[in-house]
Ligand binder design. Sequence first.
Ligand SMILES: C[S@@+](CC[C@H](N)C(=O)[O-])C[C@H]1O[C@@H](n2cnc3c(N)ncnc32)[C@H](O)[C@@H]1O
Length: 283
Amino acid sequence: MLEHVPVLPDESAEFICSDLVEGTIIDCTCGAGGHSKAFLDRTEDNVTLICIDRDKDAIEIAKKNLSEYKNRVEFMNIKFSKIEEIFRERVVKRVFFDLGISSMQIDIFEKGFTYKKDQKLDMRMGGSDMTAYRIINEYSFKKLAEIFRTFGQERFSNRIAERIIEERNIKPVETTGELALIIRKSVPRNLQLKTLSRIFQSLRIAVNEELSELEKALSVSLNSLERGGKIGVITYHSLERNIVRRLTITRDDVKVKKKNPGKKEIKNNRRARSAKLYKIEKL
Ligand SMILES: C[S@@+](CC[C@H](N)C(=O)[O-])C[C@H]1O[C@@H](n2cnc3c(N)ncnc32)[C@H](O)[C@@H]1O
């Protein structure tokens, strides 16, 4: 499985699979199936897995990677905000999220997620009508600046939005390379790289409505799981963590623990640098 190296696979699998002898696990973010495989490896035949991903290309890769377990796995190419239907039909015991995008989506599928490559401005993981192209070329100054500020926590939001409007009045901004150049021209040189990642992240979040997706699916999971049920959430930035904290902190029927990757994992897998696993247990 070289397409994507899973983050905290052992810790996630230990949490999700311990004491689980039957029922259904939902992996809401199947990707290449790295975590799913770890869950299947550690459970027996009475445990089934539903693998969800909004990206149909990811589902095809996961199907191949999990073929040895095909009798225990069902794949669904849907957004995870739709999981309520699964709770109605199955005895769900565990829910797992490994948020954000996969290395495959950056390196292989060419959907314009990164400023490091010059690709069409798109950023759809799958199942959304909006594109980064439309946001950049059609949204007002106010809406652009708000996206950069709210989802990117970028202090040069106004300046960057202004520049974008100036440039698109001359010609549409069509590629990630063109957008990256506008961003570079808007901020001091020593801040360019951080600003580029923040602006690209903010667009990705907006295009895919990532925060409302998480909010819906996590609420449904918290409300629908029975006592003893567990939810694992791997988060990569503070906006995701704020949602996990906000939805769990006021509840007296959950216990939450947090786990960070160790130094060795961070050294071997760059994606682990910003990861935190939330282990949520229904009491
Ligand atoms: C970080 S990757 C998961 C990698 C996976 N754990 C593995 O080991 O290969 C996140 C995946 O979740 C999917 N995803 C993100 N948000 C989603 C959503 N709202 N609904 C369904 N899938 C989503 C992405 O398309 C991506 O494939």
